[in-house]
Design a binder for this molecule. Structure first.
Ligand code: ATP
Ligand code: MG
Length: 289
């Protein structure tokens, strides 16, 4: 009997990994007529899905250039969302509303005054139907991670601004969002705790393989944390340039003492202060490794 050879079927092409985030000519205008205010204009960028690692994107720029607008747009929070024109895509789909894939630590962090530290940190897990025992255990672990051991049963009114900020950070991180959006998250922290929180963020970012967007007024923080910096300019708010940076593979106090680090930081600061047009790669990149 003659063997029948099955017709050869071409192997299916591997599904392309959708980009984590795409901004396509995004413009947001508040109000109309003569009082219309353009918050961001024609902002376009792509964050690719790299295997096993998320990108850490730092956003810098003068006050009012649209940094919070950009993050809140990505979180699909009103009134910044929806865009007036253009499109925002997350994992290949146009966003329509806030989702569990995106977690936001807001610039104006707001805690629930009637809940304790643990209650605030556990709140999102409650909404996800996690049992009371498990969510309290996990929230206690997180309180410890952000240095709030001993304050677990305190209420927001009994906490300093920096402590409240850490509660807000823990309340978002506990949910392990794929995309973490942080708007000046370390602004109220003293330098020592700030460095500890930066290290914690890096450790979590590596563990959770999440993509992180962090808005900061600290150029040092942007250069230390960022794989990439989006530098924005004002009037109207726009993306001026994207800069590639080395990975933070050493503790902040070590990395900050390297000459190339100082060189990079000073150049970025100069570009920010002069609102310089796009001027190419930052200096010293050959000394990164
Ligand atoms: N809800 C709103 N209604 C009207 N205008 C707004 C609103 N939110 C922001 N804007 C305007 O959009 C522009 C960008 O604001 P945005 O808060 O994004 O700036 P930012 O870069 O985050 O500033 P900062 O560094 O001070 O936090 C500003 O001119 C601001 O006045
Ligand atoms: Mg802001």
């Amino acid at each position: 009997m003659e063997a029948t050879v099955p017709p050869s079927t071409p192997a299916p092409a591997p599904a392309a990994r959708p980009h984590v985030v795409v901004f396509e000519k995004v413009t947001k205008t508040f109000g109309g007529g003569p009082h219309a205010k353009v918050a961001i204009q024609d902002v376009s960028f792509v964050v690719e899905d790299l295997p096993d690692i998320g990108e850490l994107v730092a956003i810098v720029g003068p006050s009012g250039c649209g940094k919070s607008t950009l993050l809140r747009m990505l979180a699909a929070l009103r009134p910044h969302f929806p865009p007036t024109s253009g499109e925002v895509k997350v994992f290949g789909k146009s966003i329509e509303r806030p989702g569990a894939d995106r977690g936001m630590v807001d610039q104006k962090y707001s805690l629930m005054p009637h809940l304790t530290v643990v209650g605030n940190i556990a709140f999102g897990l409650r909404l996800r139907g996690v049992s009371r025992k498990e969510r309290r255990d996990r929230a206690r672990d997180w309180a410890k991670k952000v240095g709030l051991e001993g304050a677990e049963e305190k209420y927001p009114s009994e906490l300093s601004g920096g402590m409240q900020q850490r509660v807000s950070i823990a309340a978002t991180l506990i949910l392990e969002p794929k995309i973490l959006l942080m708007d000046e998250p370390f602004g109220a922290l003293d330098p020592k705790i700030r460095m500890q929180m930066q290290e914690l963020l890096i450790q979590l970012w590596k563990e959770q393989e999440s993509t992180v967007f962090i808005v900061t007024h600290s150029v040092e923080e942007a250069v230390y944390l960022g794989d990439r910096v989006l530098r924005m300019g004002a009037r109207p708010g726009r993306l001026v340039e994207e800069l590639k940076l080395p990975r933070p593979d050493e503790p902040p106090e070590v990395m900050r003492k390297k000459p190339w680090f100082t060189e990079l930081t000073q150049e970025l600061l100069r570009r920010l202060e002069t609102d310089a047009p796009a001027s190419g790669a930052l200096p010293g990149s050959e000394k990164w490794r």
